[in-house]
Design a binder for this molecule. Sequence first.
Ligand SMILES: [Zn+2]
Length: 465
Amino acid sequence: MLYTHATIITVNTNRDVFTNGAIFVRGNLIADVGRSEELILKYPEEETYNLEGHIVIPGLISTHMHTAQTLLRGAADDLELVSWLCERIWVLQGNFTPEDGYAAARISIAEMLKTGTTCFLESMFANRYGFGGLCKAVEESGIRGCLGKIVMDIGTYAKDPKWAMHPGLVEDREMSLLGAIKMRERWDKKANDRIRIWFGARTPGGVSEGLYKEMASISREKSIPITMHCAEVKADREFFASLSPPQTPMSFCDNVGLLGPSTVLVHMVHLDDTDIAKLAETNTHVAHCPTSNAKLASGICRVPELLNAGVNVGLGTDGAPCNNANDLMQEMKLAAIIHKAKSYDPTLVPAETVLEMATINGAKALGLEDHIGSLEVGKKADFVAVDMRRVHLQPYFSPVSAIVYSATGADVRMVVVDGEIVVEGGKLKTMDEEEVWKEGEKRGHEIAERAGLGEKVKGRWPIIV
Ligand SMILES: [Zn+2]
């Protein structure tokens, strides 16, 4: 198929933007990219697909996502983190069934695909949500997924009983670490290589040092990448400082073998200069989630300093209870704006940098930069077309600015993953959307009832039925 007449932001090495460009897809790969008139002459026999009026970008890559939490969208707004986590999220998640996990994966993936995300890193899917159902949902939907299976052996957080996890979520070494390895053997590289299985380690405080070390050594031996939340809130930094001898977030991670090019650390809000230097030195990746950090009042990640130091930073939405959208297009806008506000410097983190974070940097973080993250010959055909023929998107002068600052996921009209059209005319082709959202609605409310939170999640104003 020859896709023609689009403005194409390639994010190739040269960062070329074609104003009337074409992409030739053969099988699941990009066979050619260039000017429309040249490619039409070069491939006269090929079926064409006219994308006039659209901007085409590489498929967006979310480096941090909790698929289970989409059933809890808006169920924990405007709460501080301990109440958010211990009184709402863990209680709700501790009441999930595997069928809920599958429905959550489907609604998450449907939303991501429709808003232009073609690959995501699931942070830590628990055993009770039914890990096989997540893999099945990825396989059926056509999306690409790096799926972190939770690794943990302590049922608290930062060793404070106040931060106890819901018992329904607690896993031991066997269920979590060995379970992840089993899932890896069953699912890694399945679905035409769209599925990769990762270790989704719990935050320090929720995993013993021995288990971290064992996971890190298996990670190196079997090439299983690791993702983990780290230094998200001030209390995390205080936890590291309270250890003996006192640690910083990155000295701790270094000591237990977590740092390296196969690790994605998430949030990373509370870092000092030595932490940043350690990340750069070890080529460890960072997933930046500005909406989540702002909404939970965790703080603002030092992204300009990380980028200056040469650290690879990707972008993530985090989960639906702290965002409340899995829309990376919206996340790009906040990522471009929030660092300007904090620093009084509007030149920091420009639109181009943010689009890199959401595409090629994300691909590097996932170890997939040879396959995805830019529109170049030989890479997988993963791309997104945004229809610009709309009043809120015109006029535009810089296509990158228009994508980062003006468009949202609702403007995505077509999505191709692995050479297949999975969204066309703004509609999902691989799932029945109505069935997916109705199932999500039903199961989300059932979980809240089972958790005894049916009334609390309805907000602060009187509800009249
Ligand atoms: Zn998270």
